[in-house]
Design a protein around this ligand. Structure first.
Ligand code: AMP
Ligand code: MG
Length: 328
């Protein structure tokens, strides 16, 4: 039997697995390089990942727009020819004889509009984690009529057993609306269904948050955790790997309220589309800080939402209610 969105799901998995392979190659080269402060590897990685994923999605679904984080404008400048040649080198490992011009065209397949049906892509979510050798993710999702239908995450440094925050061999995560959430080995294989935790008492919950202090209000999270009686310190982790560990029951609450330094920050669609369907299909809930559904039809930013709350579902109302008095 052919399931709904099977081709989309399989293509998305193939795309993020290809990009994951490319990024692991760059990260191995990065380990060998002495210039630790050099940010170019992540630039090369961002462009390379976007190029291979957009090419695979566009080949399979030529009518579908892709809304991705990067574009090739900077790469077209003569002073960046060296970077373009490095991107082309890495992309050539999956597609031999590709030219720099084609690589730029593939990157720009990701400049599509938010439409009735579109894909959204973060070629490297958690770039700081990528540079540190910590967690990062490749996030790809298909949205129709404002609802995420298919979501795929590659987390190349996650472990497949429990305690996923340690560095591991990597995992893929996939969800199709109404069909559950699955974790797969990054090298291929059948995968196993994942579920959120059963915890319904906040003190037992593990709260996860961004490692970067600038990306959310860690002080607010500390006060909220105290109010909820949460005993363990927060688990700080880069990227949508946070959604993945919540979907498989290792954490039960993820809070992301804009930091006081950037109160007007609005979340980007590609930072939440894939992660949110993964948690929902694993039995959890995702909303903004006021308990409203995420709105994926307003543009590249979640214009109609403020902050993000992710829970195992059982804790959702308790967290939304406890958070209320802390909000501006
Ligand atoms: P994380 O690894 O969870 O900290 O999230 C990484 C993402 O944070 C990046 O992909 C950015 O899109 C996003 N980001 C950048 N600046 C901010 C900010 N001021 N507040 C919240 N998120 C941000
Ligand atoms: Mg991101």
């Amino acid at each position: 039997m052919i399931m709904a969105y099977q081709q989309e799901n399989e293509t998305a998995l193939r795309a993020v697995a290809t990009a994951s392979h490319l990024l692991k190659g760059i990260q191995n080269d990065l380990k060998r390089s002495i210039q630790k402060k050099d940010k170019t590897p992540v630039t090369v990685a961002d462009y390379g990942s976007q190029a291979v994923i957009c090419k695979i999605i566009n080949d399979a679904f030529p009518e579908d727009p892709i809304v991705a984080e990067e574009d090739s404008k900077e790469l077209s400048k003569p002073e960046h020819a060296e970077i373009l040649s490095r991107v082309t080198h890495y992309v050539s490992a999956s597609t031999p004889r590709v030219s720099p011009t084609e690589v730029r065209q593939w990157i720009d397949l990701g400049s599509g509009p938010v439409s009735r049906r579109y894909w959204t892509l973060d070629p490297i979510d958690g770039t700081k984690g990528f540079l540190r050798g910590d967690q990062y993710a490749i996030a790809l999702a298909l949205i129709e009529d404002g609802t995420v239908r298919v979501g795929t995450l590659a987390c190349p440094n996650i472990t497949l057993d429990t305690h996923g925050w340690h560095r591991g061999q990597g995992g893929l995560f996939a969800a199709v609306r109404g069909q559950g959430a699955t974790q797969l080995d990054i090298g291929g294989g059948s995968g196993n269904e994942i579920r959120v935790s059963n915890i319904n008492s906040p003190p037992e919950a593990l709260l996860t948050e961004s490692l970067e202090p600038a990306h959310s209000d860690q002080q607010l999270n500390l006060e909220l955790a105290r109010k909820l009686g949460i005993r363990r310190p927060p688990l700080r982790m880069d990227s949508q790997a946070k959604y993945a560990i919540l979907a498989r029951g290792e954490a039960s609450i993820y809070i992301r309220i804009p930091s006081p330094q950037t109160p007007d920050y609005r979340e980007k669609i590609w930072d939440h589309a894939a992660g949110s369907i993964l948690v929902e299909e694993a039995g959890g809930r995702v909303s903004d800080a006021l308990g409203r559904e995420l709105d994926f039809r307003s543009g590249k930013r979640l214009e109609k939402n403020y902050g993000i709350i992710v829970t195992n579902g059982k804790l959702h109302e308790k967290v939304v209610n406890a958070l209320g008095p802390f909000l501006p």
